[in-house]
Design a protein around this ligand. Structure first.
Ligand SMILES: Cc1cc2nc3c(=O)[nH]c(=O)nc-3n(C[C@H](O)[C@H](O)[C@H](O)COP(=O)(O)OP(=O)(O)OC[C@H]3O[C@@H](n4cnc5c(N)ncnc54)[C@H](O)[C@@H]3O)c2cc1C
Length: 323
């Protein structure tokens, strides 16, 4: 068994941020194990993606190519990666924990009598892979045993995408053999999110509101605080699901990933799906009436109190400080 191979995902012809974060996790694994770090791009006509990947400090970029890989199907991806793994015998196969990976990677691992250690948030000596359980209230450490490759997927926001050094890697090509009859699904048009007019990802200050606000009419309270600070307003998923704020303001695993200088979480419990979208923030302040709320575990400053008292007082204090 040799080498660490990170599977990079095609996001509209570019490699997405989650894949660079997975590569960063691969780098950590390479430092711990002394194994070489390599990357995989998969699809049809992957030259552009491979070129982008080859600018990173990896030993090799492998293009897994087949015309039936042009549009994603779980069967074709599983078959092609299975063949590649049989040929290369990697020690570790690392994925970003995307919806696509969740769809095919467990089947790929099972095909090899392995499991996928999914949604990993940290990698320690051993190597030991850390996962969060029970909505982030517990963490579990996992080791891989046995001869087969170890499959892991990396939670969004857990590793820094910019930690991967740049270089010039060799690109190789692997021709997969895929029988069209082995593909049991027919790909439809790719899902397209609505065009985003709010770029939370580059906002330096964010005030984010959760279900603690109780009803839409109360949102003005947090809007006032955001205005006083000069911050963007964001929200947890229930707020957007209720239609109280547009979806583009949602932070989390199915919303935007943000990393502002200040993230002020108001009445947000800190479910894992929310945390993955904001825990890279430089300073996190949480206001919550429940001292046991998981948001306090990632907060730099915590205010245990009723947001209907704390927020107006904070708004006044900010206004007074700004003169
Ligand atoms: C596949 C999937 C994807 C998901 N994607 C996302 C996502 O992208 N983003 C996301 O946010 N969620 C997402 N979720 C939902 C997530 O699991 C949580 O349900 C959600 O984040 C909870 O939102 P919340 O913290 O606002 O609400 P709650 O969990 O209900 O928390 C409300 C908090 O407000 C506090 N509170 C109540 N009243 C007050 C008060 N007066 N003063 C102060 N504090 C008060 C409570 O103590 C509580 O902690 C997803 C779930 C799934 C299954």
């Amino acid at each position: 068994m040799s080498g660490i191979w990170v599977v990079l995902e095609d996001r509209d012809g570019r490699i997405g941020r989650a894949s660079w974060e997975a590569l960063s996790a691969g780098k950590r694994l390479a430092e711990l194990t002394g194994k070489s770090l390599n990357a995989i791009v998969i699809g049809h006509n992957t030259a552009g993606l491979a070129e982008e990947a080859a600018t990173m400090a990896v030993a090799e970029v492998a293009r897994i190519e087949h015309s039936l890989l042009e549009h994603y199907t779980a069967d074709a991806y599983t078959i092609a990666l299975d063949q590649f793994i049989q040929a290369k015998q990697p020690g570790y196969v690392v994925f970003p924990h995307t919806y696509q990976v969740r769809d095919f990677a467990p089947a790929l691992a099972a095909r090899m009598n392995e499991v996928l250690i999914s949604d990993v948030v940290a990698i320690g000596e051993g190597p030991v892979f850390t996962r969060q359980l029970m909505q982030g209230r517990l963490t579990g450490n996992y080791r891989h045993h046995g001869a087969g490759p170890c499959f892991i997927s990396i939670q969004a926001g857990a590793f820094r995408a910019d930690a991967v050094a740049t270089d010039n890697a060799a690109v190789t090509q692997f021709e997969a053999m895929i029988d069209p009859d082995a593909i049991r699904t027919r790909p439809g048009a790719p899902f397209r999110g609505s065009a985003q007019t709010v770029d939370l990802a580059s906002a330096p200050l964010i005030v984010s509101v959760g279900r603690g606000i109780r009803e839409a009419d109360n949102l003005q309270l947090v809007q006032d605080l955001a205005d006083a600070l000069g911050a963007e307003l964001a929200a947890s998923r229930p707020i957007c699901d209720n239609g109280w704020l547009p979806m583009e303001r949602q932070v989390g695993s199915s919303g935007q990933t943000v990393a502002p200088k200040l993230y002020l979480a108001v009445g947000i419990s800190g479910a894992i799906q929310h945390l993955v979208g904001m825990k890279g923030s430089q300073c996190i302040v949480a206001i919550n009436k429940d001292p046991e709320a998981p948001i306090f575990e990632v907060a730099d400053y915590g205010i245990v109190g009723d947001l209907f008292e704390v927020v107006p007082a904070l708004t006044e204090a900010v206004k007074a400080a700004k003169g």
